[in-house]
Design a protein around this ligand. Structure first.
Ligand code: AMP
Ligand code: ZN
Length: 488
């Protein structure tokens, strides 16, 4: 069995991944690729839906998608939960400033609820365009207010909270392992927190669990609670919802590196204090940032950020070129955005599609070389596994794909292997080679033939097939539908 190694921010080391649900005795050789009863619990912090996701956010979701696909490729079942932050994320990291949703609502002259719905939908469309597999469970903060209140009550009963004039706060000095994820001493953490000082907080690192609606103000999103009307702090939603869907102890929790020192640190403090159990999560994985030229991070608050739509789609670039670009950089290394980089990625992706398209031809011409001994294919599969299982080394995995394509394996073997690798790469290779690069006139002929077939006009359909073939394309009707490929 191949071992999977992942870099755990908690220990700052690459560790062998051992899922909670599978004990070694469950594993028999017959199960080597389908590890029974082993749904891995995966929680990924989702978007704050007050604006479009920018390319930086999307880089994090691509990294998490690759992680999930690698787990699936290794035979694990995965239960993936992603939240949608539609309330309570304030413009200042330290519980000061405005709620981002209410700010977005004012900016656009809509209600906070409309803003949340609109951008959540836009986000789901973006991830579809990037071929990111949807989570098994989406959960919105506003649908889980009661769970958050219950969790705060538990923390209150255990003596971890105190009230100020503007909310209920978590007393970080009561949780002895507060810095275990960040690995920073408390002094340094508190230095970092010194930007906005709330004089009523006992410690600079303390954070809001519940914020009160200020007197004389009517918020669009507010709820009753044992402490008064208001809304939950940002961090509490992830603790409450992840425990609801994945239990008090689960496998993996992810986000971008910016979440390490505050958001995830606070999530751990809340959850482990409430349950009295540790660890809550076994593996913490964090993706590095996408920067704009010059090392400046891309941030939603900058307002001039790049989206999938304005940086790629509007320019006629396939959005999957961005996924390809993201795969070319290891997820723990910063990635630099430039227009040139996107164009290069587009060329790289098109090249990969073309290489694969060529392979499909002999299969259609029936010049089948036959599948050689499995051992030869296995050699490449093992190299691929070694790359992806070495802390998701996707640049290496792409190099293995190129080695495979340039090897002396038969076209049929290469074709089968590359489609197998694409389960992890997620570049939609099979469907792309069926249609994407077809000239318009061929597309029209194909469409006309499909229509003729639907009408059972076989003579016309046959005539159109010959027309397509005379223009240098092979037509194959497969179980999955029609496949058109260029014949050299
Ligand atoms: P947000 O919608 O701001 O809550 O962020 C959603 C995700 O994007 C989180 O996992 C962040 O850590 C991540 N993120 C934010 N900015 C960047 C960036 N420039 N590069 C990569 N990931 C980012
Ligand atoms: Zn979170």
């Amino acid at each position: 069995m191949d071992k999977l190694f992942l870099y755990n921010t908690l220990t700052r080391a690459k560790e062998e991944f051992k899922p909670i649900a599978t004990s070694p005795q469950d594993l028999t050789p017959a199960l080597s690729l389908r590890r029974r009863g082993s749904a891995v619990g995966l929680y990924t912090c989702g978007p704050t839906v007050y604006n479009y996701a920018h390319l930086g956010n999307l880089r994090s979701y691509i990294f998490e998608d690759v992680l999930k696909r690698v787990l699936l490729y290794n035979g694990y079942e995965v239960k993936h939960v992603m939240n949608i932050t539609d309330v309570g994320h304030l413009t200042g990291d330290r519980d000061m400033g405005e709620d981002k949703l209410e700010k977005g609502a004012r900016r656009e002259g809509k209600s906070a609820w409309e803003i949340a719905e609109f951008y959540a939908k836009a986000f789901k469309e973006d991830i579809k365009k990037l071929n990111i597999i949807e989570p098994d469970i989406w959960c919105k903060a506003t649908d889980h207010i009661q769970e958050q209140i219950d969790l705060i009550k538990k923390l209150e009963e255990k003596g971890y909270t105190y009230e100020t004039s503007d909310g209920v706060y978590y007393d970080t000095s009561k949780f002895k392992d507060y810095a275990k994820l960040s690995h920073l001493d408390l002094e340094t953490l508190r230095e970092g927190a010194r930007v906005e000082i709330n004089p009523e907080k006992k410690n600079l690192t303390d954070f809001a669990l519940w914020k009160f609606t200020p007197k004389g103000v009517k918020r669009q999103m507010e709820w009753d609670s044992p402490w008064g009307a208001g809304f939950p702090g940002w961090h509490i939603e992830c603790s409450a919802m992840s425990m609801k869907y994945l239990g008090e102890h689960f496998d993996i929790h992810c986000g971008g590196v910016d979440h390490i020192n505050v958001h995830h640190t606070n999530e751990i403090a809340q959850t482990e204090a409430a349950t009295g159990k540790s660890p809550w999560v076994n593996y913490w994985l964090h993706g590095a940032f996408l920067n704009i030229a010059g090392g400046k991070k891309m941030a939603k608050s900058e307002e001039n950020f790049l989206t999938l739509e304005n940086a790629l789609i509007k320019k006629g670039i396939n959005p999957l070129a961005y996924r390809f670009a993201a795969l070319q950089t290891h997820y723990r290394k910063p990635m630099e955005y430039s227009e040139e980089a996107m164009k290069n990625a587009e060329r790289g992706l098109e090249h990969l599609y073309n290489q694969t398209r060529e392979l499909a031809l002999p299969l259609l011409r029936k010049e089948r070389a036959g599948v050689r001994s499995l051992a030869v294919i296995k050699k490449f599969k093992n190299k691929f596994l070694e790359a992806i299982n070495g802390d998701l080394n996707m640049p290496r995995a792409l190099a293995v794909a190129q080695e495979l394509l340039k090897s002396d394996l038969s076209d049929e073997e290469k074709f089968a292997a590359i489609l197998d690798f694409d389960k992890v790469l997620g570049l939609n290779i099979e469907s792309a080679i069926k249609t994407s690069a077809l000239p318009n006139e061929i597309k029209q002929l194909v469409e006309a033939r499909e229509n003729a077939r639907k009408e059972k006009n076989w003579i016309e359909a046959d005539k159109l097939r010959k027309e397509i073939e005379s223009r240098g394309y092979a037509v194959e009707d497969t179980k999955e539908g029609i496949r058109i490929t260029r014949v050299k």
